[in-house]
Design a binder for this molecule. Structure first.
Ligand code: NCD
Length: 338
C-alpha cells in the first residue's frame, strides 16, 4: 500500500460511511454485513476484499510510532481461549488494544472444561459482564457458533476444532496479496495434515472465493475423505503436487488431534512430506513459503526453508495483527453506537 494513503487511516471514518480517501475496494464495498465472524463460509468476495483493504491500512498504522486509534474506546473485548495459543491470542490482544478496547484474556485449561453445559454456563456468565466482543478458541468444531447464539455481543472465531480459523485465512490472503499483487489465478498448495487443520479448511474456502487454484498435498491418511468436493486438486505425491506452484503453505502435524497412528514415523514423514530445498525447487522459482505456526522444524519444514529467502512466515505474524484489527473494527460498526 502506498504510504501516502496512511493519513487518517484506520480512524473513525470507517464507521461513519467512509468520509476519507479510501482505497477503491473499500469505497465501493458495502459495510461489513455480519454481526459475528464465525467462519469464511458465508462471507462473499466483497466482504473478504473489504476486510483485506481495511487490514492494509492497519498494517500501515502498525508500522507507525503512534499505533493507537479510538475505534473501540470504551468497549470491552474478552479473549476466551479453551486451547493453548501464543500468536493468535497475543495478536487479538494487541489488535484490540491498538483500537482502544479494554482487553481481558481468559485462558481455560481444556482439561477442566466439560463440553455442552459448561460452555453455555461460561457464555452466560461472560455475557452478564456486558462485553462488546468475545474472541473464542475452542477444541470442538461448532462450539463458537453455539456460543454466538447465547450471547448479546459480537463473536469472533479464533479456531474451533478442525472446523474453521477465519482470521488465519484472512491474514494468509493478505500476506499473499501484498507479495504477489493479487490472488486470482495463483496456484496455492496446502500441504500436510489437512485432515486436522482448521487453517486448511478456511484457506480452501477463502482462496477459492478469490479465484486461486488450490491443491492439497498429503498422505491419504491425513486428507479428509471427499476433500476434492471443496474445489481442490488432490495430490498424495508431494513432488508432483508442488510442480508449478506460486505458494506453498505448510501445515503442522497436529498430533494432539490424532488418536492412533496417522504417519509411520516423523523421519519418514519428513522424507515424503517435509518441505526442504530439494522439494521446493519443484515449485515455481519465485514460489513463496508459508506456515501458520507453531512450526515443527524437521517434521513438516526444514529450518533452512523456514528461515530462507522464500519464507513469509514472519510476515504472516505481522499481518495477523492487522487482519484482527480490521475484523474487530468491522464488527464494531454493528455494536450499539457503532
Ligand atoms: C493454527 C491453529 O491453531 O489452528 N495455529 C495458529 O492459529 N497460529 C495451526 C496449528 O496449530 O498448527
Amino acid at each position: 500500500m502506498p504510504e501516502g494513503r496512511l493519513a487518517g487511516a484506520f480512524a473513525p471514518p470507517y464507521s461513519h460511511g467512509g468520509r476519507r480517501n479510501r482505497s477503491m475496494t473499500a469505497e465501493i464495498a458495502p459495510a461489513f454485513p455480519h454481526r459475528h465472524l464465525l467462519g469464511i463460509e458465508g462471507l462473499s468476495r466483497p466482504d473478504i476484499e473489504a476486510l483485506l483493504a481495511r487490514a492494509d491500512d492497519a498494517v500501515a498504522l502498525s508500522r507507525q510510532v503512534e499505533k493507537k486509534r479510538n475505534v473501540l474506546r470504551g468497549r470491552t473485548q474478552i479473549n476466551l481461549f479453551f486451547e493453548p495459543s501464543t500468536r493468535t491470542q497475543s495478536s487479538f490482544e494487541l489488535a484490540g488494544k491498538r483500537l482502544g478496547a479494554d482487553v481481558m484474556n481468559m485462558s481455560v485449561a481444556s482439561s477442566s472444561v466439560k463440553k455442552g453445559e459448561t460452555l453455555i454456563d461460561t457464555a452466560a456468565t461472560l455475557n452478564a459482564m456486558r462485553p462488546d466482543i468475545i474472541v473464542v478458541r475452542h477444541h470442538s468444531a461448532g462450539a463458537v457458533h453455539l456460543l454466538a447464539r447465547k450471547v448479546d455481543c459480537a463473536v469472533v472465531n479464533a479456531g474451533d476444532g478442525a472446523h474453521e480459523h477465519p482470521t488465519q485465512a484472512l491474514l494468509d490472503a493478505l500476506t499473499i496479496r501484498r507479495n504477489k499483487g493479487g490472488i486470482e489465478g495463483l496456484t496455492v498448495a496446502i500441504c500436510g495434515d489437512v485432515l486436522h487443520s482448521r487453517v486448511a479448511r478456511s484457506n480452501i474456502l477463502l482462496l477459492n472465493a478469490l479465484g486461486a487454484r488450490v491443491r492439497v498435498i498429503g498422505p491419504s491418511t491425513l486428507l479428509p475423505t471427499g476433500v476434492a468436493r471443496l474445489g481442490v486438486e488432490v495430490f498424495t505425491n508431494m513432488r508432483e503436487g508442488l510442480k508449478g506452484c506460486d505458494i506453498v503453505m505448510m501445515l503442522r502435524l497436529q498430533r494432539e488431534r490424532m488418536n492412533g497412528s496417522f504417519v509411520p514415523s516423523v523421519k519418514e514423514y519428513f522424507r515424503y512430506y517435509g518441505l526442504d530445498s530439494e522439494k521446493l525447487a519443484l515449485a515455481k522459482p519465485d514460489a513463496l513459503v508459508m506456515h501458520p505456526g507453531p512450526m515443527n522444524r524437521g517434521v513438516e519444514i526444514s529450518s533452512e526453508i523456514a528461515d530462507g529467502a522464500q519464507s513469509l512466515i514472519r510476515e504472516q505474524v505481522e499481518m495477523g495483527v492487522a487482519v484482527r484489527m480490521a475484523v474487530l473494527e468491522a464488527l464494531a460498526t454493528h455494536l450499539p453506537n457503532g
